[in-house]
Design a protein around this ligand. Structure first.
Ligand code: PA5
Length: 459
């Protein structure tokens, strides 16, 4: 994987936009201190996700589980939200053939279908439960805390649905992925004899895709989880470099930090040129937003920090958001992802009597068109003085995806230090949670949240 970042720099953009090279030099000079702080915090156990590259016992446990119980079911239903759902969706989307759930058994190489319920919208959950056969399903309830309201509500609905169909055997269709000791889910597992996998306590929710949170669903649908971790290991090895320009994840984080705090570009777009990374861009959005959007810095000072991540997909969004990227406010830095060797390409056939304005397409391939569209968009943005950079993947395999996942996790860890915030907490979601608990009648919480402006001023 390579990061091309020239178009983030002033001397490669039209006008006076972009980062002056001298400023990149001064970021590089500051980097050893950033790296030292990350090392120090790793030593204290804060950056637990680094350790996920080395978990042979967990890989064995998951593989055994997937080969045994997993294969006895033809549908895996994941219940989770946020960091407990987005990773599994990204892995499925990137590494299994498109429209996986619509393929027959042979098309899926006899691996199960996979559905992720990540909301409490009754219209989607009701539809999923009507579609899935409870006798053939394995339900993986994923919650690190083991008490998240949305996931627990999903669980209660799904558990009743299983029991209606299977009676006392329902528990055999459940596996929980949760904290090894704490939380309601762990307690339920103990009392009901439900199989469990542990979420390492030192790994935060949105950094947990390479823990059993993402690895179990991935293994169940036949993704090579050892390769995934090997790829992540390559990213960690590169991130040991103390020179900023040699450390791609740290460099990207520094460029985005500078774009936000010095260059007036707080909006950070991730735009892969493949449908297979559409869900990955959604995963990135949560990682970047929830980790860096913070009211206070580590010293307790109000900073209201945080870039705004945006997900896009090329070439589709060239006909949606790119007009804004090109001519709207100069408040964005765009990161493209390209895949050199797509798993499939299709020739664009020539036909007789094609209108002249279509003839140029014939003889090319769809993959070639996609590549040309990326090149053109990146160049056009640079000509308009718009900062952009590109992560170039040789292919989309478990190894390269593992590397890509870890790249963004490492970058987020570095960005936390640049911004001076704790990238692993999320205090801002607590108030909304408490108000929800109150509204739902949970003991100890105010049952009457004060009416908001939304409720009192209506048109
Ligand atoms: O990144 C995070 O910590 C959050 O997005 C969590 O993943 C999300 O709130 C779900 O939490 P839990 O896994 O405890 O149910």
């Amino acid at each position: 994987m390579k990061l091309s970042y020239g178009r983030m720099l002033q001397d490669q953009l039209e006008g006076s936009e972009g980062l002056p090279r001298a400023r990149l030099d001064s970021l590089a000079e500051r980097f050893p201190a950033i790296q030292a702080e990350v090392r120090d915090r790793r030593g204290k156990g804060e950056y637990g996700f680094y350790r996920l590259i080395d978990q042979p016992d967990t890989v064995r446990e998951i593989s055994t589980f997937a080969d045994g119980l997993g294969q006895a079911h033809d549908h895996v239903l994941v219940l989770g939200i946020g960091g407990s759902a987005l990773g599994a969706k990204a892995l499925l989307n990137a590494l299994r053939p498109p429209a996986w759930n619509e393929l027959d058994d042979e098309g899926r190489e006899f691996f199960p279908r996979l559905t992720v319920l990540e909301n409490v919208d009754p219209t989607s959950i009701g539809a999923a439960l009507r579609r899935i056969d409870p006798r053939r399903v394995l339900v993986n309830v994923i919650s690190k805390s083991g008490g998240t309201a949305e996931t627990m509500a999903q669980y209660l609905v799904v558990r009743a649905w299983l029991e209606d169909a299977l009676g006392a055997a329902a528990y055999r269709h459940l596996v929980f992925t949760t904290d090894p000791a704490r939380g309601a889910l762990r307690e339920l597992a103990r009392t009901d004899g439900i199989a469990t996998l542990d979420v390492p306590p030192e790994v935060g929710g949105r950094f947990s895709v390479l823990s059993p949170v993402g690895l179990l669903p991935a293994a169940l649908v036949g993704i090579d989880i050892s390769e995934l971790l090997a790829g992540a290991g390559r990213a960690v090895a590169r991130a040991e470099a103390d020179g900023l320009r040699q450390n791609a994840a740290a460099l990207w984080a520094a460029l985005m930090y500078a774009a936000d705090t010095e260059l007036g570009a707080p909006i950070h777009v991730l735009m892969p040129y493949t449908d297979r990374l559409r869900e990955f861009a959604e995963w990135y959005r949560q990682l970047w937003a929830e980790s860096l959007g913070k009211r206070e810095n580590r010293a307790g000072k109000t900073v209201l920090a945080g870039p705004t991540p945006l997900a896009a997909v090329g070439a589709t969004d060239q006909h949606s958001q790119v007009q804004l990227f090109m001519e709207g406010p100069r408040d964005k830095a765009i990161t493209f992802i390209t895949v050199e060797q797509l798993s499939e390409d299709l020739p664009i056939p020539a036909r007789e009597h094609l209108p002249a304005e279509l003839a140029y397409l014939a003889g090319h391939t769809l993959g070639g068109l996609l590549r040309a569209e990326y090149e053109a968009t990146s160049t056009a943005l640079a000509q308009m003085g718009r900062m952009n950079c590109t992560l170039r993947l040789p292919d989309l395999s478990a190894g390269t995806l593992g590397e890509l996942i870890m790249f963004f996790q490492l970058a987020t860890g570095y960005a936390g230090v640049w911004y001076g915030v704790d990238p692993f907490d999320q205090p801002g979601v607590e108030l909304g949670k408490r108000l929800t608990y109150g509204a739902m009648g949970r003991p100890g919480f105010d049952p009457q949240p004060r009416p908001s402006g939304d409720a009192t001023d209506e048109a």
